[in-house]
Design a protein around this ligand. Structure first.
Ligand code: TRP
Length: 382
């Protein structure tokens, strides 16, 4: 999905430049999450979530339909995933946290796909051992957020291909090379594994329906860069006898450096869940902010939280209380607080979060198998 407009580039494998989310909605043809839609979710869940309130989740496909069906007692399943190409960083967690919230509130099943095959195809520096190791490591991060095995099924693409293959071949027969060229920018030098991957990533959207022989709505919480996959998936869905998957799409958590999203390829811009709290603090203290060139200017003119990476962490993760957020925003804009001081507030929050998260990772180490989608083998009806 390359585009030539200025320098913004958003594809499932690369996100670059200054992201204009309004333009992405237009380009991808998704819908904005309106205040009405948020109110509807709040009413059904009898709760609110800051990631929705504060437009971290900002775009969707067919979310209104998912709620219609839910209210008609036609319950949906959740589907999300992770390409295990390295350690998880903090920027991956919000989508999963919100997924957990939806799972709790709507009391529904989650299919979580580990696309270790995708990462093996697309990043040729990675060995099979690497992607297997990161599948395990990333699974710990997911489970550390408190998922329960009763309604959580982790699909390991390589390990569980027998569960996916029958659906994947049906998808693959309906997707042409011209489609994946146009949608993903593939060309003749793209390896054939990459060309095939969109079929595999479509499968979990239909898996529940296929296993239980009952057409079941599915909604995919994900970052908006994954939308090209869902366009392909939606395009074939009805012809295969399934519902088009809906999606609810989030922005990127910015790296601690300027612009773009948090990316594992720039380690100082990225807090990994496996970083020592001390290292995380160092990264926070080196973060990009919306500050002025001099203290004097900042005191007089104030700083700009809209472009500040530190502020985004408060907004989407660490400051659920609207009053706290407003307070720091005002101090920032009014020049009352300097960026160094502000980072000193984020650093201990980040460190505490990591300490707890790392302890939770330890606790789930023996439980990984309980969540395996291998359990579904017994349920498949043929
Ligand atoms: N392609 C995604 C990645 O590289 C992984 C993934 C598979 C995914 N299925 C998904 C992400 C569904 C979100 C929703 O990270």
């Amino acid at each position: 999905m390359a585009n030539n407009d200025e320098d913004m580039l958003v594809t499932p494998w690369e996100v670059r430049g200054k992201i204009d989310y309004d333009r992405l909605i237009k380009q991808f043809g998704t819908q904005r999450i309106t205040p009405d839609l948020k109110a509807r979710i709040n009413k059904i869940t009898k709760d609110r979530h800051i990631m929705l309130e504060r437009d971290y989740f900002f775009s969707h496909r067919d979310l209104d339909w998912i709620l219609d069906e839910y209210e008609k007692k036609n319950k949906f399943v959740l589907y999300t995933g992770r390409g295990p190409s390295g350690h998880t960083h903090i920027g991956h967690l919000p989508t999963w946290m919100f997924t957990k919230w939806m799972q709790d509130k709507f009391d529904t099943r989650l299919y979580f796909q580990m696309t270790n095959d995708e990462k093996y195809f697309f990043d040729t520096h990675l060995s099979l051992d690497d992607v297997r190791r990161f599948t395990y490591e990333n699974t710990l991060d997911l489970l550390a957020l408190g998922f329960e095995p009763e309604n959580t099924y982790i699909i390991d693409d390589i390990e569980h291909i027998d569960l996916l293959y029958e659906l994947a071949v049906q998808v693959a027969r309906k997707v042409t090379f011209s489609t994946v060229k146009a949608v993903f920018g593939f060309n003749s030098s793209t390896n054939i594994g990459s060309n095939w991957h969109p079929a595999i990533q479509a499968v979990p959207a239909f898996l529940h329906s296929w296993i239980y022989g009952k057409k079941t709505p599915c909604i995919i919480p994900c970052a908006i860069d994954q939308d090209p996959f869902w366009r392909v998936t939606r395009d074939v869905a009805e012809r295969l006898g399934y519902y088009k998957p809906a999606s609810i799409q989030n922005k990127f958590v910015p790296g601690l450096k300027e612009g773009g999203k948090m990316s594992a390829s720039d380690p100082m811009s990225t807090v990994f869940t496996t970083d020592s709290p001390k290292m995380a603090k160092k990264k926070v203290m080196a973060a990009f902010t919306g500050g002025r060139a001099t203290v004097k200017e900042q005191r007089e003119l104030g700083a700009n939280p809209d472009i500040c990476s530190v502020f985004k962490y408060y907004k989407y993760i660490f400051m659920p209380d609207d009053k706290d957020l407003k307070d720091i925003e005002q101090k920032c804009r009014g020049g009352e607080i300097l960026c160094g001081e502000c980072k000193q507030i984020l650093a201990p929050m980040m460190m505490e979060f990591l300490e707890n998260h790392q302890a939770a990772r330890e606790d789930v180490k023996d439980r990984v198998e309980e969540f395996s989608a291998a359990r579904l083998r017994d349920e498949v009806r043929r």
